[in-house]
Design a binder for this molecule. Structure first.
Ligand SMILES: Nc1ncnc2c1ncn2[C@@H]1O[C@H](COP(=O)(O)OP(=O)(O)OP(=O)(O)O)[C@@H](O)[C@H]1O
Length: 245
């Protein structure tokens, strides 16, 4: 495929996608999808399992060239996954710098690890980290690249509830400090409403619904408006009884 592959860098929008399609073995997973993300905007992407969320993220992260359509992303982008993907034979600080060109800059890695709250783990091996710490190391590896676009593929899904809440708060804080655009793939509607400026629902290969979230931050899950937004999104996902879509 890749019949009309165009990839441009540095645009007024952080992400501009037009007519994006991707199929696997003749099955159209992404079908003429359009998407724009503004610089600094936090966007969450929901959708049923297998609807193509990770596929979209991988295309934006340059991990899948086999698409057709027009995709514009910033030159500086970073991606973090559900599994932290740390190299067990490298110390935590060298993991943070993995893939960066030039001489390893220990101080730079240390700053990123300090920022995510695990500076004291810099010289240790990944195996001694807890799940939450490993995920923080993975976030540090993304942030050290000073991305204009941060792609997060269910980064909290494997964490226990309390660790997850702390990690969500950390991401909100890092996003506000760094000002990068974020695209967060998640199954968790509450997480989407908690963190995002805009929530997208992917269905049948396109963005079927989008909802702006203007609630003040930090957000309160007990706020009736929060509950209303969560309910509407659950309807769109077809999760709530009597869902119309
Ligand atoms: N490399 C691949 N080869 C073949 N099929 C693939 C490949 N990558 C993804 N798919 C298929 O494309 C569809 C979308 O997958 P994708 O991982 O993007 O879904 P998702 O929405 O992220 O799912 P989940 O929420 O369960 O992670 C699935 O049916 C999947 O099996």
């Amino acid at each position: 495929m890749a019949t009309q592959l165009h990839r441009r860098l540095s645009a007024p929008a952080a992400v501009a996608v037009h007519g994006l399609s991707r199929s696997f073995g003749g099955r159209q997973v992404i079908d003429n999808l359009d998407l724009t993300i503004r610089p600094g905007e936090f966007v969450a992407l929901l959708g049923a399992s297998g609807c193509g969320k990770s596929t979209l993220l991988r295309i934006l992260g340059d991990l899948d060239p086999e698409f057709s359509g027009d995709v514009t992303v910033p030159a500086r982008r970073a991606i973090a996954f559900q599994a932290p993907r740390l190299m067990p034979w490298k110390r935590v600080w060298t993991n943070v710098l993995l893939g960066l060109p030039g001489r390893p800059d220990r101080a730079r890695a240390q700053r990123a690890l300090d920022e995510v709250g695990i500076g004291h783990r810099a010289d240790q091996w990944p195996k001694v980290l807890s799940g939450g710490e490993a995920q923080r190391a993975s976030l540090a590896r993304a942030l050290v690249r000073e991305p204009d676009l941060l792609l997060l593929d269910e980064p909290f899904a494997a964490l226990d509830a309390l660790t997850r809440l702390k990690a969500q708060a950390l991401v909100a804080e890092l996003w506000q400090r760094h000002g990068c655009a974020v695209l967060l793939v998640t199954h968790d509607v509450e997480e989407a409403v908690l963190l995002a400026d805009r929530v997208l629902v992917m269905k049948d290969g396109v963005i079927a619904h989008q909802q702006g979230i203007t609630l003040p931050r930090p957000r309160d899950v007990a706020d009736p408006e929060f509950a209303r937004l969560r309910g509407d999104l659950l309807d769109w996902l077809g999760v709530r009884a009597g869902a119309a879509h």
